[in-house]
Design a protein around this ligand. Sequence first.
Ligand SMILES: Cc1cc2nc3c(=O)[nH]c(=O)nc-3n(C[C@H](O)[C@H](O)[C@H](O)COP(=O)(O)OP(=O)(O)OC[C@H]3O[C@@H](n4cnc5c(N)ncnc54)[C@H](O)[C@@H]3O)c2cc1C
Length: 414
Amino acid sequence: MTDGRSVHVIGAGIVGVACALRLQLNGYKVTLFDPNDPGSGCSYGNAGIFQIGACVPVATPGVIRQVPKMLMDRDQPLSIRWQYLPSLAPYLMRFLAAATPSNVDRISRILASILDCAIDSFTPLIDAANAQGMLNKTGELYVYETDQSFESAKPAHELRQSRGVNIEYLEAHQIRQLEPALAPIFKHAAYLTDCISLSDPYDLTKALLAVFFQNGGIHLREKVMGFECEGQKVRQIITNSGKHDCNRILLAAGAWAKPLAKQLGAKIPLDTERGYHVRINDADVDLRIPVISGDYRFGVSNLSSGFRVAGTAELASPNAPPNYDRADRLVGLAKRMFPNLNADGYKRWMGCRPSTPDSLPVICKSTECENAFFAFGHGHLGLTMAGITSEFILDLMEGNAPRIDISGLHYRRF
Ligand SMILES: Cc1cc2nc3c(=O)[nH]c(=O)nc-3n(C[C@H](O)[C@H](O)[C@H](O)COP(=O)(O)OP(=O)(O)OC[C@H]3O[C@@H](n4cnc5c(N)ncnc54)[C@H](O)[C@@H]3O)c2cc1C
């Protein structure tokens, strides 16, 4: 049997790696399981923004009204693989239920309470990795081409403001002053001044991992297939190459966590919003602030690895082949946004957002297995929430009360 303060972490995305490092820094012996390179899943290709103002859930009355339009227009972010619809139906029903005004209000309060401590809680990990230089307080700029698109986004911005998010509203000439590279097609903008951008999300995961390895952390390149349980305890992890005795496990396998959670007795409506990005090496665009198109809902960031245009939400199996038309469309939209953009030789990428219908992650101790812990389902906010997730997981393992009430993050809410 393994010793009492050891943890096997399943999944080495930003969430698993942040948890692994936090636990290790607090005296745990940690082994990471991932058949792939750590950080090469969804965490590799995100937009690199600590979206601390993102306290509005994906499901809102406004979004539900726009779904038909979004599905008809291939430049809009939402698409569904229709053959996947039957298995998606329960998720969609819950998504609709989450969009009522009272649920939006409740979920938004929980999101805001988590996001309020997102940076503060990440800081010890970032400091340990000496990665402070990767973060920049640039803010985040939502731009709108029409009065109508701005007006329909207003309720979400007002909700953010009511939760304490600082927003400056800008008119066309102010937008041009702030980011001259933008085309003169934007009439309105909402500038979330406190958001922080990262030089590159993959670099941060690698920096955290480097400390983890220096301190003796282990990564086993094995895929976890299941568990051997005895009573209410997981005794062994079964992988594609063997069995490992375990003391505690943390399931942090992102979009692939659902079948593993089910084996542990937890039925969770986790699904996948697949996102795409294109990255461009010599874009010829000077961009200081990450920009989000309010009309087409994609983001553009200038990262150290290149100019990145990221977005779309494709509801499909995580294992289905990518539909790179989604990525190619981002190029056309980005050229509309930045007339001088040189997109020659752009590279495409697809990643699986681990999404729950209520936009809240699952962060908890298992009810069915006393030595199993869950940290997945971070949807659009996994980078932002990785630090605070690791703090909550440490609290749960240590039996300490987390700094905020996290009962709403347990999977029993479903
Ligand atoms: C286009 C796009 C833009 C985004 N922009 C942002 C942003 O600006 N800010 C933000 O906060 N978030 C953003 N996100 C969301 C963010 O990227 C995700 O929420 C986050 O990466 C999820 O991290 P994770 O560690 O849970 O999952 P992942 O990074 O996917 O890691 C899961 C890991 O589990 C491993 N795994 C799977 N199955 C097994 C198994 N059986 N055994 C062992 N290992 C297994 C996988 O190999 C993978 O490495 C964006 C996402 C997309 C797609």
